[in-house]
Design a protein around this ligand. Structure first.
Ligand SMILES: Nc1ncnc2c1ncn2[C@@H]1O[C@H](COP(=O)(O)OP(=O)(O)OP(=O)(O)O)[C@@H](O)[C@H]1O
Length: 496
């Protein structure tokens, strides 16, 4: 960790000259429209398929939109392409369903080219449906009675690679017959700093325990986690160097704001971790991102926002607020501005997953131009064509700024991030940006006439909002609108 690899020293590399790339994967990448590997992808390739040969665990800190997903997906798929027997060998864990779905799509674009299958465990469908996707049952002849124990022995994984959220992963670990991590070779923890912050039913210690040596004398109780880990195929892990088990579970941990705190990283039990980072700073903004600030009086913030949206003229845009409540209220209010000729929807952790997925699809396809979002959208989401980010509420931490702003200016594209500030926030915002090595944040200017002309519409929109809030309140029975029954703790995690 003390001698990091500087990813900024790497250049993009043409697929044609990338050493050792399986030609089937090259074709799959070309079908995705990719001609080169990005610097972080080349750096990881060197440490995995290249001379590094997966000998060390990798900690990858690289800006948003720099292509971290393919950086880990490609070497894993290439390594597994020679596997003889299908079983679960790679596990990728992410904090949210939408993010897991996105990562699964990247794997699904390359893995079938070499005969590998990818599964998803996120709770999007019923557990029964998910199990039938993940576990293959033996085919038996009708009319013959089989010993249930034998049937259990024959359950097999239908997937080689699994992309999961921690909650559903734990469900499968504890209850799904035939689901085993015994053969796992690769573990990826994406958005690591976010994943380490929450214990999620001890998913990480459980996964690590299940991938070490199963020796009841040395680890009493380990078999309690393995009620159904059976099957005729066995992966024998032995004691290796310094008491580590062999074959070793290779780990890759990544984020655009990866922690370097050893006490936090220690939870991952990394093997000679190698740190790959871009430049000197922990917080790095995308090269072609332009940051702007817009100072406005507190009461007139919605007006300034409407003026900015008009100014952007229907370009795809995400507006971030600080909570699920303000997301809902702001989105409702914006929709009362009749002459704002853009389609606006909300996206927050408080909505049902089906609604969120529908909104996301419409936004991806361009049927919605503006998404008002809580921090549920902050991390990882990759949506083509988002050219603008607006921080309606100033982010409290530089990390939040980095992830929010990082929804634009991805993959070398340009993008802008406009932050609405009240006068007293300006100084704090400047300090926050300095942590991301950004001293240049000019004022975003909109003609005062465009704000003034909105006043009459604003008053009537506010009136309508008041009525809506009242009717939502009475419909829900009690205090506030639809969030009234969510506890403070729950709200915090929903906002993430
Ligand atoms: N080699 C490549 N050539 C062209 N485009 C690429 C390549 N690799 C990745 N991309 C594109 O770059 C975009 C960003 O990739 P990805 O989502 O993996 O970034 P990230 O570093 O994980 O970002 P974040 O930190 O926000 O999660 C995606 O749209 C992806 O399709």
């Amino acid at each position: 960790m003390r001698s990091p690899v500087d990813v900024s020293k790497f250049e993009e590399c043409l697929l044609d000259i990338l050493p050792c790339l399986d030609p089937r994967l090259k074709m799959a990448l070309q079908n995705m429209g990719f001609k080169t590997l990005f610097p972080v992808q080349l750096a990881v390739w060197q440490e995995t398929i290249g001379p590094g040969a997966f000998e060390r665990d990798l900690c990858i800190n690289s800006p948003t939109g720099s292509g971290k997903t393919l950086a880990y997906a490609l070497p894993i798929v290439q390594m597994l392409s020679t596997r003889a027997v299908k079983c679960l060998r790679a596990l990728v864990v992410l904090p949210t369903r939408d993010l897991a779905l996105q990562v699964k799509q990247v794997f699904a674009a390359i893995a079938p080219a070499v005969g590998l299958s990818v599964g998803l465990a996120v709770g999007q469908s019923s557990i029964a449906d998910e199990i039938s996707e993940l576990i293959k049952k033996p085919e038996h002849e009708a009319g013959i009675c089989y010993d249930p124990q034998d049937v259990l022995q024959e359950l097999q994984s239908s997937v080689d690679i699994l992309v999961a959220t921690p909650g559903r992963l734990m469900d499968h670990i504890t209850t799904t017959k035939g689901f085993t991590l015994e053969h796992l070779c690769y573990l990826v923890v994406d958005e690591t700093d976010r994943m380490l912050r929450e214990a999620y039913q001890s998913w990480l210690p459980t996964v690590l325990k299940l991938t070490r040596i199963y020796d009841e004398n040395l680890m009493p109780g380990v078999n309690n986690f393995l009620p159904y880990a059976s099957g005729s195929l066995k992966t024998i892990r032995r004691w290796g160097f310094k008491g580590k088990s062999y074959p070793r579970l290779v780990k890759m941990v990544l984020s655009a704001t990866l922690t370097q705190d050893p006490s936090k990283l220690a939870q991952l039990d990394l093997h000679h971790p190698l740190f790959l980072t871009t430049g000197q700073r922990r917080y790095q903004l995308p090269e072609k991102l332009e940051s702007y600030k817009l100072i406005c009086p507190s009461k007139l913030k919605p007006l300034y926002l409407v003026a900015v949206l008009q100014h952007l003229g229907g370009e795809k845009c995400i507006v971030f607020t600080s909570s699920v409540e303000s997301t809902h209220r702001l989105c409702t209010l914006l929709n009362f501005f009749d002459d704002l000729k853009v389609k606006i929807k909300e996206y927050s952790g408080l909505q049902r997953q089906s609604i969120r997925s529908k909104t996301l699809k419409a936004f991806r396809e361009g049927d919605i131009q503006v998404l008002v979002s809580s921090d549920a959208m902050t991390r990882g989401m990759d949506i083509e064509g988002v050219r603008n980010i607006i921080n309606y509420d100033m982010p409290a931490y530089v990390k939040t700024y980095v992830h929010r702003a990082g929804r634009t200016a991805r993959a070398g594209q340009t993008g802008r991030c406009i932050t609405l500030l009240r006068a007293h926030e300006v100084k704090r915002f400047k300090k926050l940006l300095q942590k991301a090595d950004n001293d240049s944040c000019p004022f975003y200017s909109i003609p005062s006439s465009s704000v003034e002309s909105l006043h009459p519409f604003y008053l009537s929109a506010l009136e309508k909002l008041k009525e809506t809030v009242q009717s939502e309140t009475s419909r829900k029975g009690k205090v506030g609108p639809k969030f009234s029954r969510v506890s403070k703790g729950e709200k915090k995690s929903l906002e993430e």
